[in-house]
Design a protein around this ligand. Sequence first.
Ligand SMILES: C[S@@+](CC[C@H](N)C(=O)[O-])C[C@H]1O[C@@H](n2cnc3c(N)ncnc32)[C@H](O)[C@@H]1O
Length: 223
Amino acid sequence: MSILGNRLNTVTDLLKKCENNHLFADIGSDHAFLAIEVLRQGLCKKAIAADINEMPLLKGKENAQNFGVDIEFILSDGFDNLEGLGITSAAICGMGGELIAKIVLRSETAKNALLILQPMSAQDELRKALWDNGFVIHKEVFVYDSGKPYTVMQVTFTGENTEYSYLDLFLGKERIVTDEFKKYCQKVLQSAIKRRLGIIARGESTDDIDNLIEYCQTQTTNF
Ligand SMILES: C[S@@+](CC[C@H](N)C(=O)[O-])C[C@H]1O[C@@H](n2cnc3c(N)ncnc32)[C@H](O)[C@@H]1O
């Protein structure tokens, strides 16, 4: 049985498709439960847990010991101290979308690994940064965990930019209608209504945001 909740279980599900996964890195590992579970499921040969702060690394080391798994712990801002290690897959979860985008875009390692990204905010900023900079979002899964909707993205670098609409930025391109997607639409709808006020105050066109609001309302009616 997994030691993770729905949100991080979705990360391991999306990692299962990574063949020859020699070295997995969890960036912003905190408790290191993700790396522990990835090893427990045999989804990679070796795992690194990296964090910008010492305290989470100490906490993670203790948890890894308790579960009897061997993880390398590295103090690092994003991939900065992990470049050139031959990382084949990496997860960056539980951080803001803008920070995840910064970490990914400045890293060579990120261009050569399967990435699983789980932004807590600014998901539109992250999708934009990825599509404008040669990254492809192959799959996006909406998940509901402890009363909150989340999105988890499976991403690789191809060098080809992706075209997108305003709706794509806020809801991804797949938009498979599940209960989890509808919950996500409810959250996007709430922030779109607030965002619309700012657009009106700036005297800009509301066409795009009105389209987004209408789409979300359609998905969430009678839900
Ligand atoms: C909210 S926790 C998320 C933990 C775990 N990834 C999850 O999703 O449950 C965020 C962690 O990211 C770390 N962090 C923040 N900025 C970072 C950066 N630039 N590089 C590496 N770690 C970072 C924090 O120290 C913290 O441990």
